[in-house]
Ligand binder design. Structure first.
Ligand SMILES: [Zn+2]
Length: 168
């Protein structure tokens, strides 16, 4: 579920870092303002809508000091740069000024007829996003990612969100 690439070719010059207020010590050195961006017009509409709603809440509850696009893929699974498959990935750059990104496969979504089944199905995509975001915050703090504690943290995030809405 995790990818990183030593050979990432992007190198950008940091510009005007004074405008970015760092709340705590970060390994990452963002060169522009942060934020969470959802991309993917060919993705499953149900999944995208659920993730857009979730993201609206995430922006109010958590900080995104480094810009992080979330690419929603129309495919049923993703191929990682190691040649394996995954339902979601986090790209963790080796350079602190390169922006990371998240990919989530949405093509395996089949709309269930029962509302409760639909909620469960959509919630699994929210879990995927929360999981990769925990890696995102790990990467911002340390430049590294680990699976330790990720499932617990991701579940807490989705559970917090569930208190605010009837359906994902
Ligand atoms: Zn993971």
């Amino acid at each position: 579920m995790v990818t990183s690439c030593r050979n990432h070719g992007l190198r950008r010059r940091p510009v005007n870092r004074n405008v970015i207020r760092l709340k705590h010590m970060m390994w990452a050195t963002p060169y522009r303002t942060g934020g969470l961006r959802i991309r993917g017009h060919r993705a499953s509409t149900d999944v995208r809508d659920a993730i857009v709603r979730f993201s609206r809440w995430l922006r109010t509850a958590y900080t995104f000091p480094v810009r992080c696009p979330v690419y929603l893929s129309p495919h049923a699974e993703l191929t990682t740069m190691h040649g394996t498959t995954a339902s979601a990935t986090f790209f963790a750059p080796w350079q602190p000024n390169v922006e990371p990104y998240i990919r989530i496969a949405t093509g395996d979504y089949r709309r269930p007829s029962a509302t409760r089944d639909r909620d469960d199905a959509l919630a699994s995509y929210l879990h995927s996003l929360a999981h990769e975001l925990v890696h995102y915050w790990q990467w911002i703090d340390t430049g590294n990612i680990t699976e330790r504690g990720v499932i617990v943290r991701a579940t807490k995030i989705v559970d917090r969100y569930a208190l605010t809405t009837d359906h994902p």
